[in-house]
Design a protein around this ligand. Structure first.
Ligand SMILES: Cc1ncc(COP(=O)(O)O)c(C=O)c1O
Length: 457
């Protein structure tokens, strides 16, 4: 039914894949994936793969959820798209009506776009213009964390802190204020051998002093702080305690700085609560959401803010306060239909809380990896977990970069029916909320085999 040979021919000839050194494909063909079901993907030869990274963190309810598929099919014959500037439609309204039941009540103004990076661009421009519209023109800069990842467009890159991805583009970037990451895995004050569950951290958060200094020292020129709540994802799945956000909220309020939460990766249940920020008892001025917003079916994003921010834009046309920003696929009705069904499922099934047993079993299987000397750190928050691979934990010896151990593990994992995609030498899991205890066991049985093969081979 699928022409695998033709797919690979065209792929080699014409396709440039994201975040991929295409030369790596010279020796290995990319897998040709033709079907997804639950936690598994299937290739053109009928091989199965546990999708442990939820297809780049978007797929929250497993593949091909039939209710979401039905919702989109119903929408297809009614309205596929309409421009959202001047028109509205019931599908956006129903989606937002459901969303308001999940987000803090203070977050009431929704701006649609279509991916995580655009949600962040919107937040950056919104925060910047908020101050300009209020004639406070010196607040133009952003405070961000080292290891931060907020997307690949130039605004998002300008508040990014992953040297490997972002360094080269410096001449194109605006100049943000970078603060040391609160990453527990590299914290010199950490008492235990492994990070484990950072939400249970009992430290005094000495690391916050860097953020405190940045906010108090740069308040006059700062529009906003942008941060990934609880976990810095692409920076290495680095987790930090929720109390950090409490301190951040207090300091930002004291100095009148806006706070942007980027929950593009952590939102929609992945951290064990609908949104990661709920675990901190704080609320942001702006929040960016995408990825799990349609459970992986359609590209959609929202940047949500408060009445206060919104009101700074609300005026007569010739006051020149309009937010001049928009994307062609804004609030696409098919994407809204997917979002509606996704939210209905999350609400009806009380996910992610109702799946705590599988989540805790996932943590237990991660903790059990302590037995291997080649694992230097273990950490998890909700359905996200990570391990760092080293030559020897006793001596903290990393693998030489030339070994590309992460890449090697990835290649071996695909031959063992499990996707272990690395971030450098970190192997991570981004499990869907519907994963079962049996799935977790199968994923970890396969993972342990892959790791042992890679290290000994
Ligand atoms: C925290 C965070 N923000 C923004 C983005 C960018 O999202 P997208 O890839 O949809 O542009 C990502 C993507 O991984 C992310 O993890």
């Amino acid at each position: 039914m699928y022409d695998k040979k033709k797919t690979l021919e065209v792929d080699r000839r014409n396709i440039w894949h994201p975040f991929t050194q295409m030369k790596d494909f010279e020796s290995i063909d990319p897998k040709v994936i033709v079907r997804g079901e639950g936690v598994k993907l299937f290739d053109a030869d009928g091989n199965e793969y546990y999708d442990t990274i939820s297809s780049w963190w978007v797929n929250t309810l497993g593949h091909c959820n039939s209710r979401i598929a039905e919702g989109i099919k119903k929408q297809l014959d009614t309205l596929e798209h309409v421009n959202f500037s001047g028109f509205t439609h019931p599908f956006a309204a129903e989606f937002i009506d459901l969303m308001t039941g999940f987000l803090d009540k203070s977050l009431s103004k929704y701006f649609f776009s279509d991916n995580g990076s655009t949600a962040v661009e919107v937040a950056i421009k919104m925060a910047f213009q908020y101050w300009q519209n209020r004639k406070i023109t010196n607040r133009t800069r952003f405070i961000m964390l080292d290891n931060a990842y907020h997307g690949d467009t130039i605004g998002a890159v300008s508040v990014g802190g992953v040297a490997e991805y972002h360094r080269l583009y410096k001449p194109l970037m605006f100049n943000s204020i970078k603060v040391q990451s609160p990453d527990c895995s590299s914290c010199p004050k950490r008492r235990s051998e492994f990070t484990m569950d950072a939400s249970k951290c009992d430290c005094n958060l000495e690391c916050f002093e860097h953020m405190e200094k940045a906010i108090s020292g740069h308040a006059d020129e700062t529009a906003a702080v942008i941060i990934e709540p609880l976990i810095q994802g692409a920076g290495g799945m680095l987790n930090y305690p929720a109390q950090y956000l409490k301190k951040l909220e207090k300091a930002a309020k004291e100095h009148g700085v806006l706070v942007i939460y980027d929950e593009v990766a952590t939102g929609f249940g992945r951290c064990g609560t609908m949104f990661a920020y709920e675990q901190s008892g704080t609320r942001p001025d702006i929040i960016c959401l995408s990825k799990g917003i349609t459970a992986g079916f359609m590209p959609l994003a929202v940047t949500v803010t408060t009445e206060e921010v919104y009101n700074a834009f609300y005026d007569d046309y010739f006051s020149h306060k309009t937010f001049f920003h928009g994307h062609s696929y804004t609030a696409n009705p098919l994407a809204c239909a997917a979002g509606i069904e996704n939210l209905k499922i999350l609400k009806r099934d009380h996910l992610p809380q109702s799946n705590r047993i599988a989540m805790e079993h996932f943590h237990d299987r991660l903790k059990d990896l302590r037995k291997y000397d080649f694992i230097n750190d273990i950490r998890f928050t909700g359905f996200i977990g990570a391990i760092d691979i080293v030559k020897s934990r006793k001596n903290k010896t990393p693998f030489p970069p030339a070994d590309r151990i992460g890449r090697k593990i990835y290649n071996i994992s695909l031959n063992n029916g499990v996707v272990l995609r690395p971030l450098g030498d970190t192997i991570y899991f981004f499990l869907p909320l519907i994963v079962t205890v049996d799935d977790v066991d199968e994923i970890f049985n396969r993972t342990e085999k892959v790791l042992n093969d890679a290290i000994s081979g």
